[in-house]
Design a protein around this ligand. Structure first.
Ligand code: FAD
Length: 459
């Protein structure tokens, strides 16, 4: 590498936010010899005892995320605590199950503990001599023209002012760094909330830590206007998330008492209810959280500030890609540092030029998948369509890569995946009127139509 890629006198870097993406970004930057200061408003999660740390929340980690973790040599450490989920299992209101593989054989998304992953990344940062970690430090204010920021110690209330040369704003969806940028001229910003909130619930482990539902799957209870999902934990339990309207006939507003919650679950999630002895406690003690898409631009200020992760592109969680997209930000940043060395101006400008269309596409995909998971996975015509798509993909693997596969099991830019997916959608709309059952796929007329459509599909 030329010296610019691994400079001999590296400038100090400031990373605001020691969450998943901030810590990974810091590890990438420190590999090049930059001294990196990480600040986070939280206490060090590794020092919290199990009882104070609260609920464990699981995330689905997929290929883009794994690739980024491999880049700093941490994937092997995460693998043993990641549970592969090879398929979606849909539970209907009678408790009948439908199975839908996520990809080809052995392709899986992985259930990992958010907290465990964050701790593992912080452990790596801790032992890295280039990184200093500062917890309980809340960014109160960023003075962009003068390149300094104000931090408040959340334990003592004391404030300190620090200057920065290059600041990475990785402080999540409600980023303080972005707030400062929002006050600058021609900064675009939008936030859009769904009318749905979510609540974390638990399916308890069976005797001796066994799983009371299929372990290697993501479970979905789709019910039209709402749904519940469950991801497996290592101890035999599952983390469930109920995505539910704030208002309306079936909504958080109408479930006010324990009896109402019990009756509702008995009616709509009857196979899950017996597995949820802590339902009432979870329902009333855990917060109802909102779901937001945040878009903004630009993501950088000259060679001084760059936003990464949710700070620049918070998305709704239905494609399981928010963290994966943030991790991919780190891989892209690393590639640009390879190409442009410490020419931060170019690195930041190129980063936002490359990533913004992909972040926008991912935001759209996430809302699209919400609708798919909520309504369409319960529709027999949709399930037949998915089976036909798998047949096309098995028969013509080079010409038809399902949208979910492109997003989850490849590094195809999100924007390209979304454009390909929309073309495939049109093809399926033309094909499906000719198909009433799986067997119809083998009819010569249908085969001819498929071939004709594929000839027109230029990837
Ligand atoms: P965060 O994780 O929000 O971290 C930001 C950090 O900055 C925090 O540590 C915070 O304490 C700190 N901070 C904030 N403000 C300040 C301040 N003023 N000063 C100092 N520090 C500050 N993604 C997936 O890939 N797969 C999934 O399955 C998935 N499931 C999800 C399910 C739900 C219900 C939700 C809500 C999200 C899900 N996501 C998932 C998205 C994922 O959680 C986020 O994309 C990811 O956490 C973003 O990481 P981040 O580091 O950018 O932000």
């Amino acid at each position: 590498f030329p010296e610019s890629v691994f400079p001999s006198q590296p400038e100090p870097l400031t990373v605001m936010g020691g969450g998943l993406v901030g810590t990974l970004a810091a590890l990438y930057l420190a590999r090049r010899g930059y001294p990196v200061e990480i600040y986070d408003r939280r206490a060090d999660p590794r020092q919290l005892s199990k009882s104070t740390e609260g609920r464990s929340i699981n995330l689905a980690l997929s290929d883009r995320g794994w690739r980024a973790l491999e880049g700093v040599g941490i994937s092997e450490q995460i693998q043993p605590v990641a549970i592969p989920m090879y398929q979606r299992i849909m539970h209907d209101q009678q408790g009948r199950l439908t199975y839908q593989p996520y990809g080809r054989e052995n392709q899986a998304i992985y259930s990992v503990s958010r907290d465990g992953l964050n701790r593992a990344l912080l452990d790596l940062a801790e032992v890295n001599s280039h990184i200093s970690l500062h917890f309980n430090q809340k960014c109160q204010f960023v003075d962009l023209p003068n390149r300094h920021l104000v931090l408040r110690d959340t334990l003592t209330g004391q404030e300190q002012t620090r200057s920065f040369r290059h600041l990475f704003g990785v402080d999540g969806a409600y980023s303080a760094v972005r707030s400062a940028m929002q006050k600058t001229d021609r900064f675009d910003y939008s936030q859009q909330y769904l009318n749905y909130g979510y609540k974390e619930l638990t399916i308890e482990a069976g005797a001796n830590g066994t799983w009371r539902l299929e372990k290697n799957a993501l479970h979905i209870w789709p019910r039209g206007q709402y749904m519940m999902i469950a991801l497996p934990n290592l101890d035999g339990s599952f983390n469930c998330t109920l995505f539910f309207p704030y208002e309306g006939e079936h909504s958080f507003a109408t479930l006010q008492t324990g009896a109402q919650v019990q009756a509702f679950f008995a009616q709509v999630f009857p196979d899950a209810l017996p597995l949820m002895p802590a339902l009432e406690e979870d329902f009333f003690q855990n917060p109802t959280s909102s779901l937001v898409t945040i878009r903004c631009y630009p993501w950088s200020v000259a060679d001084e500030v760059l936003l990464l992760g949710d700070a620049s592109h918070a998305i709704v969680p239905f494609y399981g890609q928010g963290m994966n997209a943030g991790f991919e930000d780190c891989s892209v940043l690393d590639d640009l540092l390879d190409q442009h060395g410490s020419d931060w101006h170019t690195v930041f400008a190129e980063f936002q030029r490359l990533r913004k269309p992909n972040a926008d596409a991912m935001a759209d995909l996430a809302v699209y998948n919400f609708e798919e998971m909520r309504d369409r996975v319960a529709d027999p015509r949709f399930l037949l369509r998915k089976k036909i798509e798998s047949k096309i993909s098995a028969q013509y693997p080079d010409q038809w890569v399902p949208l979910y596969t492109q997003v989850t099991f490849s590094s195809t830019p999100y924007a390209d995946a979304w454009a390909n997916g929309q073309r495939q959608e049109q093809v399926m709309q033309r094909l499906m009127p000719h198909i009433q059952s799986e067997a119809d796929y083998d009819q010569p007329a249908v085969q001819a139509l498929v071939q004709q459509e594929l000839a027109n599909l230029a990837y």
